[in-house]
Design a protein around this ligand. Sequence first.
Ligand code: GLC
Length: 418
Amino acid sequence: MRIAYLNPCGKWGGAETSLRELLASVRQAEPSWELWLLLAEDGPLARIAEELGVRVAVVPFPPALAKLGDAASSGGPWPLLRAGIATLNYARGLARWLRQVKPDIIHTNGFKMHLLGARARPRKTPLVWHIHDYVGSRRLAGRLLRWLGGSCNVAVVNSNSVASDVQRLLPALRTVTIYNAIDVERFSPSGATIDLDAAAGLAPAGEGSIRVGLVATFARWKGHQVFLDALTRLPSDVPVRGYIIGGPIYQTDGSQWSLEELRQKVEGLQLTGKVGFTGFLDDPAAAMRSLDVIIHASTAPEPFGMVIIEGMACGKPVIASQAGGAAELFVDGKNALGYPPGDADMLAGQITRLARDPDLRHRIGEAARATAERTYQGQRLAQELTAVYRDLSGAGIELARAGTPHSSLPKGASRRAG
Ligand code: GLC
């Protein structure tokens, strides 16, 4: 089996973390399969995939395509037109690459690659869209996916919540929920830690300080504002120091905070010295082990939330914004704590509860680790995903044998497996 993975971004976002674990799990379960990865941006993912034995090609997007996002699509017709032309050109190059690689399956990660994959796929090669985000809420992407949905055989989605969203948009598309996995050896309760104060350029936190950290990219909806607001609402006897771990990653305009904006917020809320910015840390597991409580603060329903399962696997109590796919990952009060998205008061309440109760932190942390070992490890993911691939490649062979021309299949039903 030869699989070609297509991914737009080379840096670490959730979809890239998910892809890395996916590649590692498939590689381990099926060492003889040939895995290829085409990235539209160079970065750490390229090197890590190579180390896993994946054959990597980096073919950058032209700038007009790299910069286009839903936020930019309100900027008038010209950026869209330029991006449209750039997309068609890129799709032609991609089609050539796919003809050379001759994959049995094409697996795309990220909206731009879903669209490009649908345009560029060789006629009989099954296409898997790995959908990590809600499509219904994205105006341009949603429309384009609906338009090209007939070219996709299966949508693999990261939660049942995303599955419902995809089914609303594309009722005829076969949708399979496969929860993400993480390396539970790497994200584990014991191992290296980091001096977060030094990383953030702060003086050491006082004795007995509870370290509470938001680990996220700087996308606006990741809830930095809610986290900071919650920190201002803690009772004065709760000795908490906050950490913002992560940074901006996207090339898209208008969708993320800058460090400067967040620093100004900290100052405006009189939190100077109580919150540190560490930037991205190379070893997120070590960062999580160095925290007492991990915060997930997305203001909109989170499709999945890698940080939640990473924190759980590190044996830490996570306080998660309980909506969307994120709400499927834990049982509130048992292996994590939940609160309604955007509710800074409730978040402050949960931080206070954990800060005051070391036993509760311990209990939730232990239960969280057990859940991660059971549910969020790579073997389970590989089993579920390779079953989809096998099913599809069989179906692809049958279609090829029957010589069925795609154009004669009903729209939305073409090249579907099973
Ligand atoms: C996207 C989603 C996030 C999810 C990740 C991996 O980044 O927004 O919720 O954890 O993909 O599936």
